[in-house]
Write a new protein. Structure first.
Length: 186
């Protein structure tokens, strides 16, 4: 149980690790951290998996743990990756290799290969979560850099992922709750 407690504190630290794209986008949003990102990816992956008929348990396990190695490596942006090698597999092996949770290592390896439907769904969800954050930055802060990053190439792995992305690009993120007004008061 001690190693489970240790892992839970380590995973909790993802709340304090900011996403690396903040450097390039020049914005400050303390809610944009690895834990909140992983939560959004998991919800998006659920929707895609449901529509695609994938193994839901595997998709959700993969989605909630897809960035867990970043508790040790930090988030590494596409610019950082030109100069820095991450050691995610080693970090995962160190964290989970001597526990009953070796499955997380296997799920991460599967995710990285992008060969199975479940891995493709989680990657689509990861990209969709980024689109949502970028759309929010444009809507709430007028972030011009975020606008430049918003492209919708037809490179999603799943039809459902592509359909969701297409809809997000049409959607005005600043208007998401306006049609929910009601005169019902409780």
């Amino acid at each position: 149980m001690q190693n489970i407690a240790n892992l839970l504190f380590e995973i909790s630290s993802l709340r304090r690790i900011q996403r690396a794209h903040r450097q390039q986008l020049g914005h400050i949003d303390d809610s944009d951290n690895i834990a909140s990102h992983s939560h959004l990816v998991s919800v998006v992956a659920y929707f895609i998996a449901k529509k695609e008929g994938a193994n839901m348990e595997k998709v959700l396990k993969m989605a909630i743990t897809h960035d867990v190695a970043e508790s040790r490596t930090g988030d590494i942006s596409w610019i950082n990756k030109r100069y820095v090698k991450d050691f995610e597999n080693e970090a995962l092996e160190d964290a989970f290799g001597e526990t009953a949770f070796k499955e997380i290592i296997l799920l991460h390896q599967e995710y990285s290969k992008r060969e199975t439907l479940e891995a493709k769904i989680v990657k689509d969800a990861d990209r969709i979560a980024q689109i949502i954050v970028l759309k929010e930055l444009v809507a709430s802060h007028g972030n011009e850099r975020a606008k430049l990053w918003l492209t919708n190439p037809n490179t999603f792995f799943t039809d459902t992922g592509q359909q969701i992305a297409d809809e997000l690009f049409k959607f005005d993120a600043s208007r998401w709750g306006l049609d929910l007004e009601t005169d019902k008061r409780r």
